[in-house]
Write a protein of this length. Structure first.
Length: 231
């Protein structure tokens, strides 16, 4: 069911127990997302495919050992509603729930076997203060908590505030994030396998900017997990 974003905001206020995905009232033991939307989540299963579309999206741009996105993103769909609520409406419990679901599948299928640290894509302190939380950190924490992999949130930092990536060319987007990230102590990540975590892959420029900074560290390996992939 496709609904305009303003309708979701309105229903959240009037009916706080409505499903975030389809806005129908929750019943029984349902929380945040109704049983139907959970069952019908458009999972990608990319983590089971070595050369999947997410990994190919970064081919020739930066080196990722493996990459996956948990859900397919479509404009006006349930995943967009979930991401919007997580990112802009303070519904961090959605990230905790979906992140935990994803972690259990990744762990079961061996995707996390050799990961040393789970690392969220950082927000600039100015944006973090305004929003109050980093949605990528919520997801990363859920993955770490449900896989017994260490979470690291303070070594990869964002040191420059960048403009929105919308309507920029691919080269301009890359320039926009090329120098905005910094690794505080490279030794922490030396000879480690890092799982970068973000909410959604669109242009991939932010991920590329992080990897460009991190791949200079001796012996490092970098992989990627995102909640969603936008075609």
């Amino acid at each position: 069911m496709n609904n305009p974003e303003w309708l979701g905001d309105f229903i959240d206020v009037i009916y706080p127990s409505a499903c975030v995905g389809c806005q129908t009232p929750l019943v029984g033991n349902e929380s945040n997302i109704c049983t139907y939307c959970l069952f019908e989540l458009p999972k990608t299963d990319f983590h089971k495919i070595q050369d999947n579309v997410v990994q190919r999206a970064f081919s020739g741009r930066c080196l990722l050992q493996k990459a996956t996105s948990y859900l397919h993103f479509s404009k006006g769909g349930v995943v967009q509603a979930l991401l919007h609520s997580l990112k802009y409406r303070g519904r961090t419990e959605i990230g905790e729930l979906i992140g935990a679901m994803a972690a259990k599948e990744l762990l079961q299928d061996g995707f996390l076997d050799d990961i040393d640290f789970v690392v969220p894509i950082p927000l600039h302190p100015q944006k973090l203060e305004k929003r109050g939380y980093n949605q990528s950190e919520i997801l990363a924490s859920a993955v770490a908590d449900n896989s017994n992999v260490k979470l690291n949130t303070n070594n990869l930092v964002r040191v420059e505030f960048t403009e929105t990536q919308t309507r920029k060319s691919r080269f301009a987007r890359w320039l926009n994030v090329e120098t905005v990230f910094k690794v505080i102590d490279p030794g922490v990540f030396e000879n480690k396998h890092i799982l970068l975590v973000d909410d959604v892959v669109t242009t991939g420029s932010t991920v590329e900017g992080c990897v460009v900074q991190m791949e200079r560290i001796p012996g490092i390996k970098i992989s990627l997990f995102t909640l969603a992939y936008a075609k």
